[in-house]
Design a protein around this ligand. Sequence first.
Ligand code: GYE
Length: 325
Amino acid sequence: MLKRISTLVVAGLAAMAMAACGSGGGGGTGGDGGSITMGFSQVGAESGWRTANTKSVQDSAKNAGITLKFSDAQQKQENQIKAIRSYIQQKVDIIAFSPVVESGWDTVLKEAKDAKIPVILTDRAVDSPDKSLYKTFLGSDFVEEGKKAGQWLVEEYKDATDPVNIVELQGTTGSAPANDRKAGFQEVIGADPKFKIIASQTGDFTRAKGKEVMEAFLKSNPDIDVLYAHNDDMGLGAIEAIEGAGKVPGKDIKIITVDAVKDGMQALADGKINYIVECSPLLGPQLMDLAKKVLNNEQVPARVVTEETTFTQEQAKQVLSTRQY
Ligand code: GYE
């Protein structure tokens, strides 16, 4: 009898909790997944990483029973701001987005806050000092990624006494991964003056731009030892430029990239890239989980960092066949 009563009490409390969570989101739906609508503003389709990230978000929304409104901003901040404003107008329950650049979000985030629609940042950060404008930020530690790239280089050239001439292909100007991957790398290699960044320019995270900028680097710098590319795609474009200039990628010019998408891992296994720092695009499941918690008024950490590793050429050969993206 006692057991039956306590079961009823528990059931009653659960029902109350379910009813209470109706006040969580702007559209007034619960956090049980069934009736949540998420507006998601994606950066674009600039890289293999982004394609895998989009698929992860779309698949996991489906699996979590969340209705996803998705828009691709074609790497333009103005398009993202428009998309966020339209999600506010449509009264979605929650907004998630991957900010193309770090600055300039305060106004639109304030509009979402005033409309009582919670926002989750995924993948990239904003530089706003007002942390109340978003609930949490899910994504990689890009400074750490830059440091890992630098650490490999320091180890690789530990016995070298001559200067090491480095060219750098930066990601999208003003984006968190470009800023942080540069800073982390610089911090590590800066301790030894033999490492010299002789040219550094944006390749906008695309293969085409990576190739174009590398061609220019090769023309004006006859003596390049190392290429550090902020993502695989720019590195892959640069490989075409290096081969076009009659040099051997991975040997004449050592190459470090970030991401570890399949094409990058293939080039690493083939000896054309020397080292890849992993950056996981599979953020979807954690994003949906966080969205449900936020709408349930549960406490979520202010920062959720993705777990990542690094790959040498040997390691790439071992994992290539099982790589998901
Ligand atoms: O490394 C790059 C993509 O923001 C982590 O964006 C992401 C970066 C990724 O275009 O390939």
